[in-house]
Design a protein around this ligand. Structure first.
Ligand SMILES: NC(=O)c1ccc[n+]([C@@H]2O[C@H](COP(=O)([O-])OP(=O)(O)OC[C@H]3O[C@@H](n4cnc5c(N)ncnc54)[C@H](O)[C@@H]3O)[C@@H](O)[C@H]2O)c1
Length: 313
């Protein structure tokens, strides 16, 4: 049975407000509550979205308090500082782990049910800590991880082959950050391996092309931040897809971050692998087969993430 379709968004900055706006436009939730330490600004954001034309979103959307985290289908955490131009996501670690600590303590006072989705960066580290602190069933806490990177990857490939994004299938796995891993061995165009497709249409396909697409994908976030100081629209659309899978019971497969439980021989870190996402969060992490170089890069990311986690204790 579909629940009451209630979503709480913690942090009503650029990312939280854009998510609220996207969820409202798509009519994905019935109730959307925005929660932030800056209540006045949050009230303004809620009113601004709520007062749009009714036929483009009928959700009950308002600025609330942590008490509104009770009886949610989905709680989305976006509280925390974003990257400044030139910073890496890992530069946010100490500040945002502290903010997450206070957010989780507050959620815990009122939490009754629902999936918890972490968006704040560094998302893999924060997903691990949120999972540890909330102590819910496996999969109920997960992070957006590489869903946005995968979306950027698909866009770059689609532009290269001159087709729409709908026919491209491909994932970025591992860290949502500079160590992200494009799984080239699994990329398809209309279900056809990309190498075969490019050969057939006489489009160059070699290491140089792959490296350029991987570079564009990896640096896209930093490029947008350099140009406009923040990124928020792209992640908001990704969250819409995940929220629809969770709230409206439309299971999907995305590369999102959750604590690995032995997949690829890894545990005790949260990283992205293609995962089945549905009403109970990450239902399954798919043990996809990769090439040896892809595994090596993934395991390098595991080590880096472990080191950051160890430095927190
Ligand atoms: N996962 C992704 O793909 C992705 C993409 C874009 C941004 N992000 C991350 O999302 C986060 C938010 O980015 P933004 O641009 O919205 O930043 P922002 O500064 O616009 O908003 C952050 C909000 O968090 C609030 N906040 C701080 N401490 C809080 C607390 N204890 N409780 C409740 N609210 C609190 C602030 O008042 C502010 O409104 C950043 O960490 C950013 O790096 C992630």
């Amino acid at each position: 049975m579909i629940g009451n379709r209630k979503v709480a968004i913690i942090g009503a900055g650029y990312v939280g407000s854009s998510i609220a706006y996207a969820l409202a436009l798509r009519d994905i939730a019935r109730k959307i509550v925005l929660i932030d330490i800056n209540h006045e600004k949050t009230d303004g954001e809620a009113k601004d979205i709520r007062h749009g034309i009714q036929s483009m979103g009928t959700a009950d959307l308002y600025a609330g308090t942590y008490a509104d985290c009770a009886d949610c289908d989905l709680i989305i955490i976006t509280a925390g500082r974003g990257r400044l131009p030139g910073e890496s996501r890992l530069d946010l670690t100490n500040e945002n782990v502290k903010i997450l600590d206070s957010v989780i303590r507050s959620i815990k006072q009122y939490y009754t049910r629902g999936v918890v989705l972490v968006i704040s960066n560094p998302v893999d580290i924060l997903t691990f800590k949120a999972t540890q602190w909330l102590e819910l069933t496996d999969g109920m806490v997960f992070g957006s991880g590489c869903i946005l990177d995968s979306s950027r990857f698909v866009r770059c490939i689609a532009d290269y082959v001159g087709l729409s994004t709908g026919v491209i299938n491909g994932y970025i796995v591992g860290e949502h950050g500079d160590g992200q891993v494009p799984v080239w061995s699994r990329v398809t165009v209309g279900g056809i391996p990309i190498e075969d497709y490019c050969r057939d249409i006489n489009r160059k396909w070699d290491e140089e092309v792959r490296e350029e697409i991987a570079r564009q994908t990896r640096t896209m976030g930093a490029e947008i931040i350099r140009e406009k100081s923040r990124t928020h629209y792209g992640i908001a659309t990704c969250v819409c897809l995940l929220a629809d899978a969770i709230i409206n019971q439309r299971p999907t497969i995305c590369s999102v971050s959750s604590v690995l439980m032995g997949e690829h021989g890894v545990r005790d870190v949260a990283l992205s692998v293609p995962s089945v996402v549905g009403p109970s969060g990450v239902r399954q992490r798919i043990r996809e087969k990769w090439e040896s170089d892809e595994y090596r890069k993934f395991f390098d990311g595991v080590e880096r993430t472990r080191e950051v986690l160890a430095s927190l204790q």
